[in-house]
Design a protein around this ligand. Structure first.
Ligand code: NAP
Length: 349
């Protein structure tokens, strides 16, 4: 870890979330004072783990909602840095993507960053964006100059109707850059993680990364998985990226945070090898034409299948290593420790 200036105070939005919980824990472990926000401060299930690792009473929990204008003001008072992670994260199961995803992501970013403009102590805002603000479909890699995604690219293919979660992250990040340019009190540093995996600090099952790891173990994919590639990264590396983005004065710009490109079957193979074939993991790859036919029944559009299945992707993570001083963990360790946490916490039952 860096040598922290422990007099600085950090606001982390969305403290009950999978990623935010790790950011908060790592800051508290370093002796930094932290404020955090949750939607429901009375929901003990969502905050008990945060209180458990606040040994020195350096954490304060506030109530705020992305859609409630001005609700982040009290939590931001006296803070030097804002880490804005809160945003709705689900890629299926919504009825109205504009209302459930795009509006809270964009309006929430406006709400948090415009409040930061009114708070004279804030020196830096770190925004959790995503690699999906860099590309929409994996086929978009064919438009890059060297067949690799870099921080120079923007997602130009997502919309309310096609990959709306990716669209929500893209509009939110664009909004953040616009607000950052409208003032000169604080600077903006953006973190663009790939698919985050690794042990969770709470027993929540509804966070997308946790839910998917549970699905590997509970047989959801036992009949097979399509050949889909994702950039995997450990939750602890992503948390560290946010913290370094606060405390390193030279941190600047967007950062792809990905350790390794993997297919769903690569992930299943690591679990199978380590946990000795005890779980109903996928063992066959569903051919693209078959997946294309059945996709709508599984919550995917055929357009998504056409533009994503079978296309390998590559990410240039060198800027995060140079600018944020990151050392990535091996993804095998990430996947094994995540699956073990799910077993230990009894989440498969
Ligand atoms: P998560 O566990 O679902 O956390 C999302 C957080 O956002 C929760 O704390 C949630 O609060 C909060 N939130 C959602 N809607 C809100 C609203 N209207 N008002 C206030 N808070 C709201 O997901 P996560 O994986 O930790 O994601 C954290 C961030 O990382 C998100 O910005 C996500 O887009 C980004 N990201 C995640 C991944 C990944 O693979 N996990 C990859 C790239 C980027 P509640 O607890 O009240 O629900």
């Amino acid at each position: 870890m860096l040598n922290f200036d422990k007099t600085k105070k950090v606001l982390v939005t969305g403290g009950s979330g999978y990623l935010a919980s790790w950011i908060i824990k790592m800051l508290l472990d370093e002796g930094v004072n932290v404020n955090t926000t949750v939607r429901d401060s009375l929901n003990i299930e969502k905050t008990a783990h945060l209180k458990a690792f606040d040994k020195n009473r350096q954490l304060r929990i506030f109530k705020a909602d992305l859609l409630d204008s001005g609700s982040y003001k009290e939590a931001m008072e006296g803070c030097d840095f804002v880490v804005h992670t809160a945003s709705p994260f689900f890629i299926s199961g919504f009825k109205d993507p504009e209302k459930e995803l795009i509006k809270p992501a964009k309006q929430g970013t406006q709400n948090v960053l415009n409040t930061a403009k009114q708070m004279p102590d804030i020196k830096r805002v770190v925004l959790t964006s995503s690699v999906v603000a860099i590309y929409g479909d994996t086929i978009d890699i064919q438009k890059t100059s060297n067949n690799i995604f870099t921080e120079n690219e923007w997602n130009e293919t997502s919309s309310v109707n096609h990959n709306p979660y990716s669209f929500s992250k893209t509009v939110a990040e664009k909004e953040a850059w616009k607000i950052a340019k409208s003032q000169n009190q604080w600077d903006l540093v953006v973190i663009n993680p790939g698919w985050i995996l690794g042990p969770s600090l709470s027993k929540r099952k509804d966070s997308f990364s946790i839910k998917t790891m549970i699905e590997f173990g509970n047989g959801t994919y036992r009949t097979g998985v399509p050949k889909i590639f994702v950039g995997v990264v450990d939750v602890r590396d992503v948390a560290k990226a946010h913290i370094n983005a606060c405390f390193l004065p030279e941190a600047k710009g967007r950062h792809i945070i990905v350790s390794k490109t993997m297919s769903f079957m690569d992930i299943a193979d690591i679990i199978r090898k380590h946990f000795k074939n005890k779980y109903p993991l996928p063992s066959i790859i569903v051919p693209k034409p078959i997946f294309w036919l059945i996709a709508p029944f599984l919550g995917f559009t055929r357009k998504y299948v056409t533009k994503n299945v079978g296309q390998e992707i590559y990410y240039d993570n060198s800027y995060s290593i140079d600018n944020l001083k990151l050392n990535y963990r091996h993804v095998e360790e990430t996947i094994i420790e995540h699956f073990q946490q799910i077993l230990d916490d009894g989440l498969l039952t």
